[in-house]
Design a binder for this molecule. Structure first.
Ligand SMILES: Nc1nc2c(ncn2[C@@H]2O[C@H](COP(=O)(O)OP(=O)(O)OP(=O)(O)O)[C@@H](O)[C@H]2O)c(=O)[nH]1
Ligand SMILES: [Mg+2]
Length: 325
């Protein structure tokens, strides 16, 4: 299969929002979600994500009461994580792109910025890491640090002139404090929808209606910590301080949900094979060959069985049909 038919996913979010951490947690889950079919293409990719996971775990389980939010490995270049999903007859090359958050900012170098635009354009699913404390604390007083306008601008450019279906997953990270009670979970949902109002309006517009699915999936990549306060530094900089929850150890939670939603979306597109001749067409023919009609329902059922749609923290905002749910 030509590399142009590679299945592409993109992590999107500002610096330090938790993209690499989320990917590191998801990396642990591929084997479970695609039993016997998941193969990391290069060991280095796999090892890098394993290292990132171990850093999270070590920091979370250390005896310090305070949890310091540090950017993992100080990412400064676009990274791609390549995997293969092996089926009965053929295999799917899959790539997750992970950007340094600075590449989507207004001050980014033009070349870096345009590269991100192109990758978002060719991605089937965009997984947005939302830096939740900036949206939630002090009624959104610090929301500018969550760089929502930059994310929305990138999503808009990535969807322009594009006929293919797309999945956008809004994933609040560092949200332990805001998912504890039913009330706080509702407040989180309202705040995220308010922050991404333009994107939601765009998805409902004539131009995109029916081909953009958006879901909100708050996840815990650490789980055992809780936002405590901001530290205000020189030059308008700000730092987040988290405290460990007494007696709790590293506990990623719901990190399988973005993956399950993304796979469910792909399987649904496959099932409803579209008329327009986007790259999907070739992809579907090829996927048909990979997952014979015998084992496709089995894979779909497996992926969907674990999807949480009734849990009050998750919400399919639009395009439920595209997800096959
Ligand atoms: N409390 C809490 N902290 C988290 C969570 N996920 C990530 N972090 C912390 O957030 C910091 C930044 O995470 P990264 O994954 O490096 O962020 P990034 O988006 O990849 O950053 P860049 O690569 O610089 O754009 C790390 O210190 C993580 O420990 C979470 O679910 N809860
Ligand atoms: Mg990163």
């Amino acid at each position: 299969m030509a590399d142009s038919n590679r299945l592409i996913f993109t992590m999107l979010g500002p610096r330090g929002s938790g993209k690499t951490s989320m990917l590191a947690c998801m990396n642990r889950l591929f084997e479970d979600l695609l039993p016997g079919s998941f193969y990391p293409t290069d060991r280095k990719t796999y090892a890098d994500l394993e290292d990132a996971y171990e850093i999270l775990e070590t920091e979370a389980n250390s005896s310090k009461r305070q949890y310091n939010v540090k950017v993992l490995a100080g990412d400064s270049e676009i990274k791609r994580f390549d995997f293969t999903i092996k089926g009965k007859k053929d295999s799917i090359p899959v790539t997750f792109y992970d950007f340094p958050g600075g590449f989507i900012s207004r001050n980014a170098n033009e070349e870096d910025y345009n590269e991100v635009v192109n990758i978002v354009k060719k991605s089937a699913a965009v997984i947005v890491a939302i830096d939740t404390p900036y949206i939630m604390e002090n009624d959104g007083e610090y929301i500018k640090y969550a760089a929502i306008r930059d994310i929305e601008q990138m999503l808009k450019k990535g969807l322009e002139d594009d006929k293919q279906e797309k999945l956008i997953l809004l994933v609040p990270i560092k949200c332990e404090k805001y998912t504890e009670t039913w009330d706080s979970r509702q407040a989180l949902k309202v705040a995220v929808k308010h922050a991404f109002k333009s994107t939601l309006l765009m998805a409902e517009s004539e131009q995109y209606k029916g081909r953009v699915a958006i879901a909100m999936l708050p996840i815990h990549t650490i789980g055992s910590v809780k936002f405590s306060r901001f530290n205000f530094l020189d030059g308008d900089k700000i730092e987040q301080v988290f405290m460990k929850k007494a007696g709790q150890r590293f506990k990623p939670e719901h990190t399988d949900q973005p993956l399950r939603y993304a796979l469910s979306f792909l399987l649904e597109q496959f099932k409803r094979k579209r008329e327009d001749s986007s790259w999907w067409d070739q992809f579907f023919d090829w996927l048909m060959n990979l997952f014979t009609s015998d084992n496709l329902p089995e894979i779909s059922a497996y992926v969907r069985k674990g999807i949480k749609t009734t849990d009050d923290r998750f919400e399919i905002i639009c395009g439920r049909k595209l997800l096959g749910l």
